[in-house]
Design a protein around this ligand. Structure first.
Ligand SMILES: *Cc1c(COP(=O)(O)O)cnc(C)c1O
Length: 383
């Protein structure tokens, strides 16, 4: 079973060895830039590569300000704080996501509310969002969105661009605005993805990126906030221990965080970002290759939504049912071709099973069927 698919994957990577889901590729200035940080001794919390990485990312995404952080989860934590999320608040998000999305909400002392996703984007559904709000919430005289049952404040809406496929941003922005919700984008998986020509993570109040080892580009570990000049300045301050600028005195005006990205990691990031467009082109070729290979079969390839450019971070297929999903996972993993089911829905995890939720039938449908296929940038000269 799935012999042709396994053969196709092996041809892409030109190897009979184990094929991981997503491995980083270091084919540019990585060694050079990292060596520069070591030679200069500036490997840690200060150094020119951090500023350069932030500027390069501003230029790439078109965001007025980019602030580097130690990882994507830390970036999300600060983003939600800046969106005004406080203990006791609620934040609406999708149950079909990686756990970091919900953990960042919990770090603020807030709780997630789970709303369904759309089949075409795999991300938060504006229609499900509006329906849930109509049934459960109202906007008070101060413009705050509150839960009808106990008056708790719904502070923000946090969609996630699943596997790099952009969510329906125009509609989500519209619903969020009308209901007094701050829109924060978890763009951890979507560096390089655009919605109507504009980079994901730049539509809401704040967007966040991740440069973990399995993402499109990596800094080892790292993340970034994309936002306005004003919020960016505040993000920089909070992520660098809330230290007041002074030539030598240590004055910290509030509880800050040590969420800085070390310079040695930023050096890796600068080198990786130089290659991003090459990686994206290779990943798109791979995705179209999968689509051709699977055309006419019963595994449905997941294409980028209309009007969007996806980075095709992780290629995905929808199986016919759970039995076929299990057979695909078994057949491929047994043969050293790593595939993986989509995440267990967040509302099933012990930490989040008590949280409020709407109808999640599309998320449940996808949970039973979606499988990720190997998606690393193939080595040059293969295929
Ligand atoms: C990778 C990821 C993050 C952040 O992860 P870090 O490992 O903390 O950089 C957040 N949300 C989603 C959806 C992710 O995939």
């Amino acid at each position: 079973m799935f012999d042709s698919l396994v053969r196709f994957v092996r041809d892409q990577y030109g190897t009979n060895d184990f094929i991981p889901l997503h491995a980083p590729v270091f084919s540019g200035n990585e060694q050079k830039y990292v060596a520069e940080t070591i030679e200069s001794t500036f490997v840690s919390s200060v150094g020119a590569f951090v500023d350069r990485f932030e500027h390069d990312m501003q230029a790439y995404t078109g965001s007025p300000r980019a602030v580097a952080t130690v990882n994507g989860t830390a970036a999300l934590h600060i983003a939600l704080m800046l969106a005004g999320v406080k203990p006791g608040d609620l934040v609406i998000t999708q149950s079909l996501t990686f756990v970091a999305t919900c953990n960042a909400i919990a770090y603020c002392g807030a709780e997630p509310v789970f709303v369904d996703v759309d089949r075409d984007t795999l991300g938060l559904s504006p229609v499900a969002l509006e329906a849930w709000l109509e049934a459960e919430a109202y906007v008070d005289a101060d413009g705050h969105c509150r839960l009808k049952r106990d008056e708790r404040v719904l502070r923000a809406c946090l969609p996630m661009h699943t596997f790099g496929h952009p969510v329906a941003l125009d509609a989500l922005l519209d619903v969020s605005k009308r209901w007094g919700l701050a829109l924060v984008e978890d763009a951890a998986e979507s560096l390089g993805s655009t919605y109507k020509g504009r980079h994901t993570g730049t539509f809401g109040l704040i967007g966040t990126l991740s440069f973990n080892g399995n993402k499109v580009i990596t800094t080892g570990g790292g993340g970034m906030l994309l936002t306005s000049e004003a919020l960016g300045a505040r993000a920089k301050y909070l992520t660098t221990t809330a230290k007041q600028p002074h030539p030598y005195e240590f004055v910290h005006s509030e509880i800050g965080y040590n969420y800085r990205l070390p310079n040695i990691n930023a050096a890796l990031g600068c080198a990786q970002l130089e290659q991003l467009e090459t990686f994206l082109a290779a990943k798109r070729d791979l995705a179209m290759g999968y689509a051709d290979e699977l055309a006419g079969g019963d595994l449905q390839f997941v294409f980028e939504p209309e009007g969007c450019r996806s980075n095709y971070w992780l290629n995905a297929v929808a199986c016919q049912d759970l039995a076929q999903r299990d057979a695909l996972l078994k057949a491929t993993n047994e043969r050293g071709v790593m595939t993986r089911p989509i995440w267990t829905l967040m509302n099933r995890l012990p930490a989040y099973q008590h949280c409020l939720k709407g109808d999640l039938s599309t998320a449940e449908w996808l949970e039973a069927r979606i499988v990720n296929l190997p998606s690393s940038v193939p080595p040059l000269g293969c295929t």
